[in-house]
Design a protein around this ligand. Structure first.
Ligand code: ZN
Length: 523
C-alpha cells in the first residue's frame, strides 16, 4: 500500500496526466520511503492507478508492456467508473502517439534505473580491476532536468500545498536521491554484496545526457545573464549549478513566459555515458639517497628532448605506480639537489601523490617489499622509511623548510697552493651570514633577489696542495656552489674572499637534510 491519502488524489492525477513516470509521481508526493522506489515502474503505476480509482490514463508505458493485471485493472475501472470529483477538469485524454518517456526525469527513473545499468556499473569496476572496501555511487544529470523539475513543480505546487501547507519545493525528492535509493542496492547485489555507501574513497560515476533538450536551459541566459559566465574548463556555460542559481532568481511569471508548464514531452530518453571510476589519491613518503653524479631529480628535458636516461623520481615511482596500479603521480621533496650532487646520510624526504590507485591498500610488510624492489632495481638510488601517509601529513615536509639545517661535504680546489694551516681558520667560523643574489644559473626560473643565508659552521680537511674537503652546516636554501666560487661576486662573502685566492667546487654531497618527517621506520 502506498502511503497516500485521499487528498493526494488530485496531485497524483495531475502528475500522471502530465506524463510523469510513477517514480516521479512518488517524488512530487514527497514520499521518502526508499523501498517504494524499488518497486518496478509497471507495478507502481498499477498501484497509483488503483489509488486514483481508474486506469484510463496511459502513462510511462506502451500497450505492449502492460501486464495482464494492468489490463484487468483497467477492465474493472471501465466497469466501475470513479466518482467524478477525482477527475480534475484539466485532464486531457492521452493520445496514442504521446511519448511514454517521462518529461520530468527524461527516462532516468524509468528505463535507466534497473539491472542493466547496475550490470554496466559492475562491469566497469571489474574491467578496471579495482580493489576497494566500499564505493560511493555518484550520478550526473543533464542540467535541463532542473528546468523540467521546476516546471513540474509550478504545475503542481497548489496540489502539493493542499496536501500540507508546510511542503515546499525542497520537500520534493530529488531525481538523484530516488535514483540512488534504487541503484545502490542493485549495484551492491550485482557486485556480490559490496558496500555501496554515501561516503567512500572510491567513486563510481554514472552520467546521463540528453542533447536533444539541452536548449531547454537557454532562455535562462537571457533572463539571468550574470549566472552564466564562461569558465575555462567547462564545455558549456549551462552547468547544473548555474541553472539552479538562475532558477532560484527567476520569478514564476517570467519562467512561465518562457517555458511550458507542465514540461513538454520528448520522444527519446536520456542516454548514459561510460561509467567513470576514480579512487582518491593515496600518498606515500620516504627518504632517498642518490649515489650518482649524473642523475637528475626529475626528468631532464631540453626542447622536449631527454638529456639523461633516468631520474630519481622515475626510479622511485616505477615500482610504486606498478604496485598501486595508479594512473599518474606528483612527486615532491624537501629541497632538491643538482644533477651532479649526491645525497648521502639519511637521505632526502620525499612524498608522492598516487593518482587513481586501482589497488590502494598495503600493509607495512608489503610496503617494505616495494621499497626493496626499488632498491634492487638500481644502484643509483636507495629508499628508506617508505610509508603511506595522509595528505595533511605531507604538509609537514614543507613546513618551516627555510629554518631547517642541511649538512654538506664539498671538494674544493684552490688556485694558490695551500698548507694545512691556511685553511684551519675556517673551523672557527660560526653563524656566517651570506648575502646571496639569485645565482646566474637559476635566474631563468627564480626572481632576482638578495637572500640572506646563514652558514652555521664549517670544518676543513686538507687533501693536497690544491684541494681540501669542506664540511658545512647551513640554513636550508643556501647555494653552496655559489658560496665556494663566488658567482662573480653575487654571493658575499665567499670562499675566494676568505682564502684570498680563486676557489672552485669540484664535488658536492648532501650529508643530511634535517627534516624530521616522515618518521623513521626500523629496518
Ligand atoms: Zn520520471
Amino acid at each position: 500500500m502506498l502511503p497516500l491519502k485521499e487528498k493526494d488524489k488530485p496531485l497524483v492525477q495531475k502528475l500522471l496526466s502530465s506524463g510523469c513516470c510513477p517514480r516521479c509521481v512518488l517524488r512530487f508526493c514527497c514520499i521518502n520511503v526508499q523501498s517504494l522506489y524499488k518497486i518496478p515502474p509497471q507495478e507502481l503505476l498499477k498501484e497509483l492507478k488503483e489509488f486514483i480509482g481508474h486506469g484510463e490514463i496511459s502513462v510511462g508505458e506502451t500497450i505492449e508492456n502492460k501486464s495482464q493485471s494492468d489490463a484487468d485493472a483497467e477492465q474493472e475501472a471501465d466497469e466501475a467508473p470513479p466518482p467524478k470529483r477525482f477527475k480534475p477538469e484539466e485532464t486531457e485524454p492521452m493520445r496514442e502517439e504521446e511519448s511514454p518517456v517521462c518529461p520530468v526525469c527524461l527516462g532516468v527513473l524509468q528505463e535507466h534505473c534497473d539491472q542493466t545499468l547496475a550490470s554496466k556499473v559492475a562491469e566497469a569496476i571489474k574491467t578496471e580491476n579495482y580493489e576497494f572496501d566500499s564505493l560511493v555511487l555518484s550520478v550526473s544529470l543533464p542540467a535541463q532536468l532542473c528546468v523540467r523539475e521546476h516546471s513540474c513543480w509550478l504545475h503542481v505546487k497548489t496540489e502539493v500545498r493542499a496536501k500540507s501547507l508546510v511542503l515546499g519545493k525542497d520537500d520534493v525528492i530529488q531525481v538523484k536521491e530516488a535514483f540512488k535509493w534504487n541503484m545502490q542496492s542493485l549495484v551492491s547485489k550485482t557486485l556480490g554484496g559490496a558496500a555501496v555507501v554515501s561516503k567512500s574513497a572510491f567513486e563510481v560515476g554514472v552520467e546521463f545526457v540528453h542533447p536533444d533538450t539541452d536548449k531547454d536551459c537557454h532562455f535562462l541566459a537571457t533572463t539571468c545573464s550574470d549566472c552564466f559566465k564562461p569558465t575555462k574548463n567547462k564545455e558549456s556555460v549551462f552547468t547544473r549549478m548555474a541553472v539552479v542559481k538562475a532558477l532560484e532568481k527567476i520569478s514564476d511569471t517570467n519562467f512561465l513566459k518562457h517555458y511550458p508548464c507542465p514540461p513538454p514531452r520528448h520522444s527519446s530518453s536520456c542516454v548514459s555515458r561510460d561509467v567513470q571510476c576514480l579512487h582518491t589519491s593515496v600518498f606515500i613518503a620516504g627518504r632517498y639517497n642518490k649515489f650518482c653524479r649524473s642523475l637528475p631529480q626529475t626528468p631532464w628535458l631540453i626542447n622536449g628532448e631527454r638529456r639523461m636516461e633516468s631520474s630519481v623520481e622515475e626510479l622511485i615511482a616505477g615500482p610504486i605506480l606498478e604496485t598501486f596500479r595508479a594512473t599518474g603521480f606528483n612527486f615532491s621533496s624537501s629541497g632538491r639537489e643538482d644533477v651532479d650532487v649526491r645525497t648521502l646520510g639519511n637521505g632526502r624526504p620525499f612524498a608522492m601523490e598516487l593518482i587513481n590507485p586501482h589497488k590502494p591498500k598495503f600493509n607495512r610488510d608489503q610496503i617494505k617489499k616495494i621499497q626493496q624492489e626499488i632498491n634492487d632495481s638500481s644502484d643509483k638510488i636507495r629508499v628508506r622509511d617508505l610509508q603511506i601517509v595522509s595528505r595533511e601529513a605531507m604538509g609537514r615536509m614543507k613546513e618551516g623548510e627555510e629554518e631547517k639545517t642541511k649538512s654538506y661535504r664539498a671538494l674544493v680546489w684552490t688556485e694558490k697552493p695551500i698548507e694545512k694551516e691556511d685553511i684551519s681558520f675556517l673551523n672557527d667560523i660560526k653563524e656566517l651570514t651570506l648575502d646571496q643574489k639569485t645565482p646566474l644559473r637559476v635566474l631563468h626560473r627564480r626572481a632576482l633577489a638578495v637572500r640572506p643565508r646563514v652558514i652555521h659552521s664549517m670544518s676543513s680537511e686538507y687533501r693536497d696542495t690544491h684541494h681540501f674537503y669542506l664540511e658545512l652546516k647551513t640554513q636550508a636554501g643556501t647555494y653552496i656552489k655559489e658560496f665556494v666560487h663566488g658567482d662573480f661576486g653575487r654571493t658575499k662573502p665567499n670562499m675566494c674572499q676568505l682564502l684570498q685566492t680563486e676557489t672552485d667546487i669540484l664535488e658536492l654531497d648532501v650529508e643530511s637534510v634535517d627534516v624530521d618527517w616522515p618518521p623513521p621506520i626500523p629496518e
